[in-house]
Design a protein. Structure first.
Length: 233
């Protein structure tokens, strides 16, 4: 199966009795990652994350951020950002990413975290202002927007990623063959072009690389979920 972080990592932490977690599957390869971007309504005066954080600290609860729902990656990224920056910003969940983004454009809320691919046109049209890329480096589509590690928030660097997983008892030679085929596809121009159209970057690597990545993601998000006491039936 191909799974996003939300299904593989977050759902088992939040949803009661999923019947699985990441350890229920054998890792094959990390497929791709799509960076997120912190965007605000352009009517706000903030031109940088530092200005936003300073205002949020001086005016606790005056800023709101939208998400597509409780426990989504934008929600957890926002809460991680709050915890490391000290910004006091309130969560307003919507029923899906589209309504969440529309709310920022309309000025119902001031900010959100969204994937670059879905926000890009709105940013280019001046309907949103991008303050930072939530990823380890700048996005090619927004070369003038700094990445979170550049501006002092290296912990806030998780994009939306997808991984190829197999049944837990899959023989090692089969895993190795699937991994090799995945890496070969990801290095080819057709796949790279297809992913670029989605705003995604190819990743690849070994099964152990993916296992280590999943372990780091669980270690990062588990305390956030526990602190928020996120639960769903």
């Amino acid at each position: 199966m191909v799974s996003a972080a939300s299904g593989l990592i977050m759902s088992p932490m939040i949803v009661k009795n999923t019947g699985y977690d990441a350890s229920s599957f054998a890792p094959v390869a990390l497929v791709a990652e799509t960076p997120q971007v912190l965007v605000i309504n352009p009517g706000l005066p903030f031109k940088s994350v530092a200005e936003l954080v300073a205002y949020a600290k001086a005016n606790p609860g005056k800023l709101n951020y939208s998400t597509g729902g409780i426990g989504t990656l934008p929600h957890l990224n926002a809460e991680l950002f709050k915890s490391v920056s000290g910004a006091n910003i309130l969560h307003v969940p919507y029923k899906g990413g589209g309504p969440s983004l529309t709310a920022v454009v309309a000025g119902e809320v001031q900010m959100t975290f969204d994937t670059v691919s879905t926000s890009l046109q709105l940013i280019q049209d001046g309907k949103l202002r991008a303050l930072a890329i939530v990823g380890p480096k700048r996005a090619p589509e927004l070369p003038d927007v700094p990445a979170m590690p550049e501006i002092g928030f290296p912990a806030v660097a998780s994009g939306a990623w997808t991984a190829l997983m197999a049944p837990l008892d899959t023989p090692t030679p089969v895993i190795a063959r699937l991994n090799a085929a995945t890496n070969a596809a990801l290095s080819g121009e057709p796949m790279r072009t297809a992913l670029a159209k989605l705003g995604a970057e190819p990743r690849g690597g070994t099964p152990q690389d993916l296992a280590d990545h999943i372990r780091r993601e669980i270690a990062k998000w588990k305390p956030i979920v526990a602190t928020l006491n996120l639960k769903a039936e």
